[in-house]
Write a protein that binds this ligand. Structure first.
Ligand SMILES: Cc1cc2nc3c(=O)[nH]c(=O)nc-3n(C[C@H](O)[C@H](O)[C@H](O)COP(=O)(O)OP(=O)(O)OC[C@H]3O[C@@H](n4cnc5c(N)ncnc54)[C@H](O)[C@@H]3O)c2cc1C
Length: 483
């Protein structure tokens, strides 16, 4: 039997072992028989279905897909909206932000500053993208739908429940309320465009030999960083920027540093030097808090540097030199003067036990510097030579660490690469290569630094795509009504 157009009646929470499909000759109710491992079809009446009723298929039940599906269905209640998810919906939301879900960022009301948080996307996002749906709109949307939010000191926005379940429950219940259908554990494995402009999609279940052909009027690809999503985009004429990881920590082989594990620096300036990158890239210098870990360096400033340097670090095999300025607010000449004054004032004290308070350093870190400088533990300040003072000042301003690899930041990571932004219209999220094809979220060559910016890209893209599709579908319904 060859089916022309599938209409799914599965709703959230209902077993995905039944589905409704219509063919040119009517609707069929599919019943899964676990013993025979296949579906059997039974005809059911088609009375209320309109000939012009349209279908949106969303590939991926992540943040961008579900948010976009809700928006489209809200604007066009007559549009059938089906989200196909290969695993469980919103699975990344669940684990995000250490289980708390850093929904967005509340400290970036200026769009130019907001755009600068996206190593891939910063030029394009200076336009209207966040004007259409920015962090403030996201926060309003969630609070209006019952999720109380709080903004932390560093700008990260979390549910006051401190649980990502609040976000998931809200999205799933709104999707159900609007009539969005969701099918889990199904993969959209191929896509093509028919002569009439409809999308012909192949849906497969991995666990059973089951294949469906679905025809859709609109397609939203919100498949995150999955290779399958990239392959669908390629089948529909798009190019793909090779994916590489972003947001990671740096492994540093330095046993002295490892002993400092847990020490934090509220403000350092870090600069990345890579052998194969000779050009001067301002973004490879970043300022912010840093954390020493068992295996190297982490914290917001390192994660931000890893994001801006993601491609260059990948091509350098994650080897390079990190230059850290531990006292970025002081000029080196001022530091030398401060160290000299300290030497004369505390001449009889051990250099290991006393250091200028103005440098805001911990005892453990000062010991690391003294050791690295090769000073003997009980040397008195009086015996510290001028050369050593210059050298200590230099070490604090330009401390070099060899990066030996990349570590994992478990609270958030993301992929750089995907469908180039030049191939879509950012004010609609529609493909420039294929009409009625839309993209949103991480499937695009967009990624942000840590702090809620990656979800914001998903919400904004999903919302804009949902709005465009909803408006097109509502127009189509209106035209049908007039005719
Ligand atoms: C551990 C971790 C923590 C994070 N924490 C944060 C955070 O706190 N704040 C933040 O801003 N960002 C965070 N991120 C990043 C954020 O999760 C992503 O940027 C965001 O989820 C992207 O949303 P998306 O909808 O584009 O993609 P995804 O959330 O990846 O959703 C895509 C979905 O599509 C499905 N799919 C793919 N291909 C197919 C196919 N062919 N057929 C059917 N389904 C398909 C996938 O199974 C997936 O569920 C975190 C990431 C990780 C890994």
């Amino acid at each position: 039997m060859s089916f022309h157009l599938a209409r799914f009646i599965l709703q959230f929470g209902i077993s995905s072992r039944t589905a409704s499909i219509n063919s040119s000759s009517g609707y069929y109710h599919l019943l899964f028989n676990p013993n025979k491992r296949k579906f059997t079809a039974t005809a059911i009446p088609t009375a209320q279905k309109s000939s012009k009723e349209e279908l949106l298929v969303v590939v991926g039940g992540g943040a961008a897909g579900v948010y976009g599906a809700i928006r489209a269905k809200t604007l066009a209640p007559n549009l059938d909206v089906l989200v196909v998810e290969k695993g469980n919906p919103l699975s990344k939301v669940k684990i995000s932000g250490g289980g708390r879900c850093n929904v967005t960022n509340g400290h970036c009301s200026d769009i130019k500053i907001l755009a600068e948080q996206y190593p891939r996307g910063h030029r394009e996002f200076k336009g209207s993208f966040f004007d259409m749906h920015g962090p403030a709109d996201t926060m309003s949307w969630f609070t209006d739908h019952g999720v109380a939010l709080k903004i932390e000191e560093d700008g990260r926005v979390f549910p006051t429940s401190n649980s990502s379940s609040s976000v998931i429950d809200c999205l799933l219940s709104e999707a159900k309320h609007r009539g969005v259908s969701l099918q889990n554990r199904k993969v959209v494995s191929s896509a093509s465009v028919e002569a009439g402009g409809k999308f012909l999609l192949k849906l497969e279940k991995r666990t059973v030999s089951f294949v469906e052909n679905v025809k859709a009027d609109y397609l939203l690809i919100a498949s995150g960083s999955s290779q399958q999503g990239h392959s669908l985009a390629a089948q529909l004429g798009h190019s793909i920027v090779d994916p590489v990881p972003s947001l990671f920590t740096f492994k540093i082989a330095d046993s002295g540093l490892a002993e400092l594990s847990g020490v934090t620096f509220p403000k350092v300036e870090v600069k990345l030097k890579l052998e194969n990158i000779l050009r001067n890239t301002p973004h490879l210098t970043q300022v912010g808090p840093m954390l020493v870990t068992h295996w190297g360096l982490s914290g917001p400033v390192i994660l931000r540097l890893s994001a801006w340097g993601a491609r260059d670090l990948f091509s350098s095999g994650y080897k390079g030199t990190l230059i850290v300025d531990f006292v970025p607010d002081l000029h080196i000449e001022d530091m030398k003067s401060i160290l000299n004054r300290h030497k004369h004032k505390y001449a009889k004290q051990k250099a290991l036990n006393s250091w200028p308070l103005g440098f805001s350093l911990t005892k453990r870190f000062w010991k690391y510097i003294v050791d690295r400088e090769g000073l003997i533990g009980d040397a008195l300040w009086a015996s510290i030579s001028n050369n050593s003072i210059v050298s200590i000042a230099h070490l604090l301003k330009h401390c070099a660490f060899e990066i030996t690899g990349k570590g994992q930041y478990k609270d958030e990571f993301v992929t750089a690469g995907g469908v180039p932004l030049s191939e879509i219209s950012l004010n609609t999220m529609e493909s420039k290569k294929c009409a009625r094809l839309f993209f949103a979220g991480e499937v695009l060559n967009v990624d942000g630094v840590t702090g809620g910016f990656n979800f914001q890209n998903a919400w904004s893209g999903g919302y804009i795509a949902g709005t465009s599709i909803g408006e097109l579908a509502a127009e189509a319904t209106l035209e049908e009504g007039i005719l």
